[in-house]
Design a protein around this ligand. Structure first.
Ligand code: ATP
Ligand code: MG
Length: 263
């Protein structure tokens, strides 16, 4: 496997929605580099543009200004190199767990045998081997997200974008998913960008934690996390607790009154 792939560069990117008269700037002059194989967490207030940034890297949305590249090539649309996992489970209900992963592999022209073997290996990797023939409605939320993770890694995506992927899961399941994600990420060495509302989740998982400001979003703070994993926030005197306080302070809503709506 090539180790130097999966570098994402976001350069002076501005994203607007709407027409010229009623345009909303969702993302303002944003610069971000995701080094190959690193795990970056993105945190910020609701509506600040986190999903917009993800959608732009995924190629679903085009910037009005600036550019986004993957290994030097401009991203102009969705590609199998960039996998996306959303909070809402995005599995096809009419395919089994195995079928969902096979579908993701269709574009690569594997033989039927190889396609099945790869899909099964990916399911085994996330601990779902025994559930290969189940349909999404027969799987728990955590299991569905495991299928989604398996699908992304089965296709060999270099970049994995996760938009609050565990937001709908209970606390216990989240802990299991964190461990699983870190294991799979280490093995495949994909570049991960992980959006979350949960400061603790960001601190436990990421190499880099990026904080965004209120809308229109800009990246305002960067923490390089060097603490070895598995990390624990409960340890008193841990510098993780200091960073957590710092981030919570940045995210605390300002007490200024909202401006009057224009008429
Ligand atoms: N397709 C769209 N059309 C118009 N406006 C949009 C569109 N997508 C996002 N926006 C606007 O862009 C801004 C940023 O939205 P975005 O969904 O990126 O925020 P977010 O940080 O992901 O919020 P949350 O934490 O609630 O998920 C918001 O003002 C939103 O209303
Ligand atoms: Mg969002």
């Amino acid at each position: 496997m090539e180790m130097d792939k999966g570098r994402v560069e976001v350069e002076d990117v501005v994203i607007r929605f709407g027409t010229r008269d009623s345009a909303v700037t969702a993302l303002d002059r944003t610069n971000l580099v995701l080094e190959p194989g690193t795990f970056t967490a993105l945190i910020g207030p609701s509506g600040c543009g986190k999903s917009t940034l993800m959608n732009a890297i995924a190629g679903f949305v085009q910037p009005a200004e600036g550019r986004i590249t993957l290994d030097g090539a401009q991203i102009r649309g969705p590609s199998p190199d960039v996998g996306v996992i959303f909070q809402q489970y995005a599995l096809f209900p009419w395919f089994t767990a195995l079928g969902n992963i096979r579908f993701g592999l269709k574009q690569f022209g594997f033989s039927k045998r190889e396609e099945i073997d790869r899909a099964r290996a990916a399911l085994d990797e996330v601990g779902l081997g025994p559930h290969a023939e189940k349909y999404p409605q027969q799987l728990s939320g955590g299991m569905k997200q495991r299928v989604a993770i398996a699908r992304t890694f089965a296709t060999g995506a270099k970049v994995l974008l996760m938009d609050e992927p565990f937001g709908a899961l209970d606390a216990q399941t989240r802990i299991v998913m964190h461990e699983l994600l870190l294991n799979v990420w280490r093995k495949h060495r994909a570049t991960v960008l992980f959006v979350t509302h949960d400061v603790d989740e960001a601190l436990l998982l990421a190499d880099d934690v990026r904080v965004m400001s209120q809308a229109p979003g800009r990246l305002i703070r960067h923490y390089a996390m060097t603490q070895p994993r598995p990390r624990a926030l409960s340890r008193s005197g841990s510098d993780l607790l200091e960073i957590r306080e710092d981030i919570l302070g940045l995210l605390r809503p300002t007490t200024e009154p909202l401006p009057e709506p224009a008429h």
